[in-house]
Design a protein around this ligand. Structure first.
Ligand SMILES: [Cu+2]
Length: 352
């Protein structure tokens, strides 16, 4: 009777274990399928890419930088963070890989070992008369103190990372304002003449044609200087959005009526992709962010090419002065989307 019961339990345990292994393996299978599809898609891109490169070369002036595969973007089957291109990102990645992951692994293995030992050593067969001990002061002190010490140990790098992320940018930092709209981004350069860039997602065909990852590529990128402190401010025109670029370790909510601010220093030139990370409505998943970091001189040249763009208080710029009325009316990706349209020009929020 008892043996039958134990057998039943053993089968149940085995079945649960197999189910767990299956669940753990499922994403791998899906990834393998995706990879096969991706290679099929890539082969069709190459030709279009070459044609596109020829077109942009003749256009002269600013040419959008070609992204580097795997840099500043997610990779197929990736299970950890993206490679980091900012000092905070390097620190955070170090903390994850050298502190959190080992601590989690050691604790999990230790607890699993204890469980298995208790199951084997104190099962009814091996230990017919159980001990009635209820207290052991030494063990109680140890299992209280050790977790406290572990948490304090983690708190030190954790709090310093938090502090680093909110360091005040120096006075000469370049100010850029990212404005979230339903459902695209606007980038304003108040220190450089106040022009605004409107950034909409490219559709899949256009993204692939320009050699960029679909759903991350945009028509107009947020162009920033590399190796320069940037005072990145976020706000929104309608609902809460969130400006997030994983490979730059940057995420900051964009809240209507508020101006949030964080410093960003990008280590090296490149293209870095991100997405709106606050559920903001029907097309939340289709308002990606593409940051292009250029060497400082190239970035300044790009600024001077923008309508009204100035660098360091340029005098006598031959560009026309910035006039808000000339703001480009953004084309929504979906022209018939119910609320997609130009940014509001006046305050229409209800008064209470
Ligand atoms: Cu959004």
């Amino acid at each position: 009777m008892i043996r039958g019961h134990i057998q039943k339990q053993a089968y149940f345990f085995l079945a649960a274990l197999m189910a767990a292994v299956l669940v753990a393996l499922m994403p791998r299978v899906a990834v393998a399928q995706d990879a096969a599809e991706a290679t099929a898609a890539e082969t069709t891109v190459d030709g279009a890419e070459a044609a596109d490169a020829a077109v942009t070369e003749t256009a002269g002036s600013y040419t959008p930088m070609a992204p580097t595969e795997g840099k500043g973007m997610p990779v197929q089957g990736g299970i950890t963070f993206q490679d980091q291109f900012s000092a905070n990102g390097d620190y955070a990645l170090w903390m994850h890989n050298s502190i959190l992951l080992p601590v989690i692994t050691i604790i999990s293995l230790f607890v699993l070992g204890l469980l298995l030992w208790v199951v084997a050593r104190y099962r009814r067969g091996a230990n017919p008369t159980p001990s009635k001990t209820t207290h052991n002061t030494l063990i109680e002190v140890v299992w209280t103190l050790v977790p406290v010490l572990i948490l304090v140990g983690i708190a030190v790098p954790s709090i310093s990372l938090l502090a680093k992320q909110y360091e005040t940018p120096p006075e000469d930092a370049v100010t850029v304002k990212a404005i979230g709209y339903q459902w695209y981004w606007g980038y304003e350069y108040p220190d450089n003449g106040g022009f605004e860039i409107i950034s909409n997602m490219l559709d899949e065909a256009d993204a692939l044609a320009s050699g960029e990852p679909p759903q991350l590529a945009v028509d107009n990128r947020l162009v920033l200087p590399a190796n320069t402190p940037i005072r990145l401010q976020t706000t929104a025109a309608d609902v809460i959005h969130s400006f997030a670029v994983p490979s730059l370790w940057f995420k900051l909510d964009a809240v209507p009526g508020r101006l949030n601010e964080k410093m960003l220093v990008i280590d090296e030139p490149g293209v870095y992709y991100g997405q709106c990370s606050e559920l903001c409505g029907a097309r939340h998943g289709y308002m990606p962010i593409a940051v292009e970091a250029l060497p400082r001189d190239q970035w300044e040249a790009w600024v001077r090419q923008q309508p009204g763009g100035t660098v360091g208080g340029d005098e006598g710029s031959d560009q026309p002065a910035f006039e808000p009325a000339e703001l480009e009316v953004p084309d929504s990706v979906l022209p018939d989307a119910p609320t997609a349209g130009p940014p509001p020009t006046e305050d229409t929020s209800p008064t209470t």
